[in-house]
Design a protein around this ligand. Structure first.
Ligand code: SF4
Length: 357
């Protein structure tokens, strides 16, 4: 990637060093964490067409949840003891999505981000912490929802220009890096990650991790990095990376990123049991009530299975909030979000148990 338009530069020596890392160089984590969420796919519209993605629907087939749908999912999450409302959509639905724009208009919103703000309000009012993953975002878009989110995220995926992102509406690594920087400027605790097996090379994986480390070095806002393998689905039949590849790249992530950033391995997608000695310390958000809408063919594991994984690793398993402990303070969270965290609800109970540990 050409880093001219962003405020980072990647040193070739650092890439060479990252490429030497192997699992044997890594100390395993001393605990594993996870969060309980409800997955709320606000819209399946997306202006891009990544070839491995089964999430987006083309114009004419994409849907938009109504406020009633959102309330119903949120209520199920509250009743099931979740703490996180995970809002996703593809990148801004563009002009081809007439029906989505018509629906937004009917709901009184000029943009999907305005509607996301309303959706976050529904979650906050019910006592859940919004964590939004709405793809690339401008400063104005992110500002609109920053006070209403405990944390946010976007997968960097890779800094490389890969064929899987090409086409008439190509997703740009520069924009993703800019989104990470914008989150830092707005002081938003942030989740990102890299996607393995979409045509990137080993140097690209190292460069992507070093780019994340540099952005975090400037803003201190990256709370976790997901190391995710691409998986077969109705649009992608080119398979997943090998376990050996996942072991090496996970170890590379642990060695390259600062210790305060968690390394997350999604147990419904990655061979987690084979990665326990490679530095992972988080098993992501799992949902007791909704499917993984981004990877619908891959069921969430039950908490019991996570306990079994932790037991195999010989470490304790701990439930966390969507926003990590080091960000649970005035510097990072709005009064609105803190009100939920200190409330008489599931989130408040979890927070008080974290604070007393
Ligand atoms: S991966 Fe994300 S950006 Fe790409 S098509 Fe799917 S929803 Fe859109």
């Amino acid at each position: 990637m050409n880093f001219d338009s962003v405020n980072i530069s990647i040193d070739e020596t650092a890439i060479d060093e990252a490429l030497t890392v192997r699992p044997a160089d890594i100390e395993p984590a001393t605990e594993l964490t996870y969060a309980k969420n409800v997955f709320i796919p606000l819209t399946t519209a997306c202006r891009y067409t990544c070839t491995y993605c089964t999430y987006y629907d083309p114009p004419g087939q994409a849907s938009l949840l109504t406020p009633t749908d959102i309330r119903e999912i949120v209520e199920r999450g509250v009743k099931s003891g979740c703490t996180e409302a995970l809002f996703t959509f593809g990148d801004d639905p563009d002009d081809r999505y007439n029906e989505i724009h018509a629906q937004l208009d009917e709901l009184g919103h000029g943009s999907i981000h305005e509607y996301l703000a309303e959706a976050c309000d529904i979650a906050l009012d019910a006592g859940l912490l919004p964590h939004s993953n709405p793809g690339d975002q401008t400063h104005a878009q992110m500002s609109l929802i920053s006070e209403r989110n405990a944390s946010m995220g976007v997968m960097l995926e890779t800094t490389a220009d890969v064929q899987a992102h090409q086409g008439p509406r190509a997703k740009s690594p520069t924009q993703r890096v800019q989104t990470l920087e914008t989150a830092g400027k707005l002081e938003i605790p942030f989740t990102t990650g890299i996607l393995i097996g979409i045509g990137e090379q080993w140097r690209d994986r190292a460069e992507s991790l070093l780019a994340i480390a540099q952005i975090h070095d400037q803003y201190d806002h990256i709370q976790e990095v997901i190391i995710q393998p691409v998986s077969n689905n109705e649009r992608w039949q080119e398979g997943s990376p090998s376990t050996e590849t996942m072991r090496r790249v996970t170890a590379m992530a642990r060695a390259t990123l600062p210790a305060e950033i968690s390394i997350q391995s999604p147990p419904n997608l990655a061979p987690v049991r084979d990665l326990l000695d490679c530095g992972i310390d988080d098993l992501g958000g799992i949902s007791p009530v909704t499917t993984d809408h981004i990877n619908p063919d891959y069921a969430w594991p039950a908490v019991r299975e996570l306990e079994d994984i932790a037991s195999e690793a010989g470490v304790p398993l701990r439930e966390r909030l969507p926003v990590y402990e080091s960000y649970l303070n005035d510097a990072w969270l709005s009064p609105r979000v803190q009100q939920v965290i200190r409330g008489d609800n599931t989130v408040g109970t979890k927070f008080r148990s974290i604070a007393s540990d």
